[in-house]
Ligand binder design. Structure first.
Ligand code: NAG
Ligand code: NAG
Ligand code: NAG
Ligand code: NAG
Ligand code: NAG
Ligand code: NAG
Length: 339
């Protein structure tokens, strides 16, 4: 009996060792996996800026990557929805700083567009100073498209292009916005491009544009001087190596909110076809500006942060957190201003 127990114990001891060994090994393996998962998660959320070095210059980029193109052209964008003239109401003689607001929207975000309309159109005292349109592409879901048709009949403020609208395809939308604006709203002096999550303060924007020390010709927003190129596939800022091989992006103005005067818009649009496609619109525009020798202007008045310290700013993000979003929604539903 005693003997038997001894042998059993011996076996148990070695089994224990084995189990512990396997356990440790798998823990080590798991932690390595977790480490890489965490890293890639953080990388997909964080934007890396290199602030101690100057922005890349045209020559530095051209040395490694020829972003110009001469014989191929970007796809032609055809309008599926094309609002009737919206800029006819501008009084060219008596209204300075006429602004076209182009909001980049995703087809399915009906409720966000309602919020934007309310947020912008409730500034009735300026109604002769601005016009609002939404830029959208084609949704993958056909019933969403039917609803968009109804929305367009009701508001008449949707410009829809025949490109697939995904969050990874913002350049077509921005190109469409420039082209539509130049052709159909030449009465405007400025175009403001906004992400649908951004709020604009029209009072401070108009005051800023009318200030004598503001240049009449400008491309202004939040300047990003030197950001690391994102190579994480799932990330919304992902750029494949074939599209742009350098590890740092060219300097660019954040696409979330920027102001461009119509003359600069024309210069940029004229050169769209001379620059190779990059599906992230702000980076594409950065290269187009570089190609066309357009100089951007940085302004702290345009912030990518939330609207907490909004006083006096031109634009800020309304939906960075659940709290922000709730706040925006409460403001909207409690308001008795209807549009
Ligand atoms: C959009 O329409 C234009 C003109 O009809 C056409 O040339 C282009 O290929 C279309 N684009 C897509 C993505 O279908
Ligand atoms: C344009 O905005 C100004 C205030 O900045 C306002 O006084 C004026 O009435 C507006 N013009 C029109 C035509 O709405
Ligand atoms: C398409 O959109 C409708 C309404 O927005 C929704 O009910 C439906 O589930 C969607 N279909 C797919 C396949 O996503
Ligand atoms: C972007 O849109 C074009 C034109 O419709 C389409 O061919 C392409 O697949 C889209 N890309 C993505 C990533 O959605
Ligand atoms: C917009 O800016 C003006 C001053 O530029 C400020 O008085 C006003 O409170 C701002 N509006 C909001 C909603 O923050
Ligand atoms: C115009 O802009 C300058 C420089 O930013 C500023 O100092 C000045 O107060 C502004 N004037 C008005 C009337 O807002």
């Amino acid at each position: 009996m005693a003997k038997k127990r001894k042998t059993r114990k011996k076996k148990a001891c070695c089994n224990d060792f084995f189990v512990v060994f396997v356990f440790l090994l798998s823990m080590a393996f798991l932690s390595v996996v977790c480490y890489f998962k965490t890293i890639s998660f953080i990388q997909s959320k964080t934007r890396y800026y290199q602030l101690d070095k100057p922005p890349l210059t045209k020559d530095e980029i051209l040395k490694q990557y020829d972003f110009t193109q001469s014989h191929t052209f970007h796809p032609v964008i055809h309008y599926i929805l094309h609002p009737k003239p919206l800029c006819e109401h501008f009084d060219l003689d008596s209204t300075p700083s006429r602004v076209l607001i182009c909001v980049k929207s995703l087809p399915g975000n009906f409720h966000l567009r309602e919020w934007v309309r309310w947020n912008i159109k409730s500034n009735r005292e300026f109604s002769g100073n601005f016009t609002l349109v939404f830029l959208i592409g084609q949704p993958l879901n056909s019933s969403t498209n039917e609803l968009i048709g109804e929305e367009s009949n009701f508001y008449g403020d949707l410009v829809q292009g025949n490109f697939t609208d995904t969050a990874f395809n913002t350049t077509y939308k921005t190109i469409m916005g420039f082209q539509w604006a130049i052709k159909n709203c030449h009465q405007a002096q400025y175009i403001v491009f906004l992400d649908e999550r951004f709020k604009i303060n029209l009072t401070s924007t108009l005051t800023f544009l009318r200030n004598e020390s503001t240049p009449k010709s400008l491309y202004m927003g939040h300047l990003v001087k030197r950001e690391k190129t994102n190579r994480v596939k799932e990330n919304i800022r992902y750029i494949p190596k074939e599209e742009y091989p350098l590890s740092y992006l060219p300097p660019f103005v954040s696409g979330n909110a920027f102001i461009v005067s119509i003359d600069v818009a024309k210069t940029l649009a004229y050169h769209f076809d001379s620059v190779k496609m990059i599906l992230l619109d702000e980076v594409f525009l950065g290269l187009v500006a570089m190609f066309s020798d357009v100089i951007f202007m940085h302004s702290d008045l345009v912030t990518l942060e939330n609207c907490g310290g909004f006083k006096g700013k031109l634009a800020c993000n309304m939906f960075l957190s659940v709290d922000d979003a709730l706040h925006a929604w409460m403001e909207f539903t409690n308001s008795n201003v209807r549009i």
